[in-house]
Design a protein around this ligand. Structure first.
Ligand code: PLP
Length: 398
């Protein structure tokens, strides 16, 4: 059975060109990039090129890129650095819908005694900017807001938010793990101070990431050790995978237009077909300000995990908006923050596409998906009761 992979916000396949670029550094060129000898020196030079490639993708200077082990490390480094460099400030601002790399970190920091403000979102997943403006105080050390949401793809107005923070002398960090490679990013035109990205979301291997730190931003390392990364992150670099990240960044820049035309068209085709073929379904999140590859759709009165199991039988990979935690199915914190009704949140599926998806794959999903929902609904004790209620409800034409 062939795999139809529509779970690219979870992780992506390593691009063949990326693997090719990495192989020599796993096989023969195993020198330490910090060594004095030329065997290591050639590796150091190739790593410099990788840094330039990553910087070019986001319009940064190579010296502004600190290589890390993942998006989570980049996020933790950014926040911890801001707090360490402004020790007198005890307040952080973030949003209710961050990835756990930020969400769980700020919960931890709250336990350490920091004051945390989480900006709410509306039913479309859009931020309340007035609430945000009010939350910035002289005691605020840092704002951390994701560029694009991993579950819904909703894009936040991070540039506007960064300007507002800058006017008040507050550092601004963005978790751009889902945005990099999918939408244009130019840090030369930006007021943001720090940006996190992760290799495995843009066709590089897992276990590498980067933190952009604007020149002149005060910085305190998270991993203390050797002099690597100009003393900003100790530890011998994951050379081959970082070379992969560099190559993937160059590819992403080339494929950006395809991502916003071909990938978006396939996403829209899938989304529109499912909405029209399946009653009581609706998109979660703003359909305009959204990543081109992501569609999060709720199918009322079915469980997301049951849908995933049935999809799996056809080799179709997607994600659900509920996670099985300690035996109970809890809708995700993102859908709860958006106020998605329980019966909708439970049956939410996230499709996330990539440049490797094809039209025949999407046609196959459009053919297989509606009967799955129909069958699961006949098994649902709530479906018949719910339908009577639903008949009076407005699903916005979908
Ligand atoms: N931030 C966002 C928005 C993500 O989607 C993810 C991964 O899913 C991360 C951070 C964490 O990245 P990593 O898996 O590289 O630690």
């Amino acid at each position: 059975m062939t795999t139809i992979y529509l779970d690219n916000n979870a992780t992506t396949q390593v691009a063949p060109e990326v693997l090719e670029a990495m192989l020599p550094y796993l096989r023969d060129l195993y020198g330490n990039p910090s060594s004095m000898h030329s065997f290591g020196g050639q590796v150091g030079r190739r790593l410099r090129l990788a840094r330039e490639q990553v910087a070019a993708l986001i319009g940064a200077h190579p010296e502004e890129i600190v290589f890390t082990s993942c998006g989570t490390e980049s996020d933790n480094t950014a926040i911890r650095s801001a707090l360490a460099t402004y020790p007198g400030k005890r307040h952080l601002v973030t949003t209710r819908v961050e990835h756990p790399a930020i969400h769980a970190l700020v919960a931890h920091l709250a336990q350490e005694g920091y004051r945390v403000t989480e900006i709410p979102v509306d039913g479309e997943g859009r931020l309340n900017l007035e609430h945000y403006a009010r939350s910035l105080t002289p005691d605020t050390a840092v704002v951390s807001a994701m560029w694009a949401n991993n579950e819904t793809g909703v894009i936040f107005p991070v540039e506007e938010m960064a300007m507002m923070a800058r006017h008040k002398g507050i550092l601004f960090h963005t978790d751009a793990v889902q945005a990099v490679g999918k939408i244009p990013i130019d840090m030369r035109q930006s007021a943001m101070d720090m940006l996190s990205l992760s290799g495995h979301k843009l066709h590089a291997p897992k276990g590498v990431g980067a933190l952009y730190v604007r020149k002149g931003t005060k910085f305190s390392p998270f991993l203390i050790g050797g002099h690597q990364e100009k003393g900003r992150r100790g530890g011998t670099e994951n050379v081959a995978s970082l070379i992969g990240l560099g190559e993937a960044s160059e590819l992403a820049a080339k494929n950006l237009e395809k991502e916003n035309t071909a990938v978006k068209n396939l996403r829209d085709k899938l989304e529109n077909a499912l909405l029209s073929l399946i009653p009581n379904s609706r998109v979660n999140g703003d359909r305009q300000d959204r990543l081109p590859n992501t569609s999060n759709i709720s199918f009322e009165y079915v469980e997301g995990e049951a849908i995933l199991l049935r999809l799996n039988e056809f080799g179709i990979c997607a994600s659900s908006g509920s996670a099985c935690t300690s035996g109970s199915l809890q809708p995700s914190h993102v859908l709860r923050a958006m106020g998605v009704p329980f019966t909708m949140a439970h049956g939410s599926i996230r499709f996330s596409l990539s440049i490797y998806n094809t039209e025949p794959e999407i046609n196959f999903v459009i053919e297989k998906f509606p009967p799955i929902i129909e069958e699961l609904r006949t098994l649902s004790p709530y479906w018949e009761v719910g339908q009577e209620v639903c008949a009076t409800r407005d699903f916005g034409g979908v």
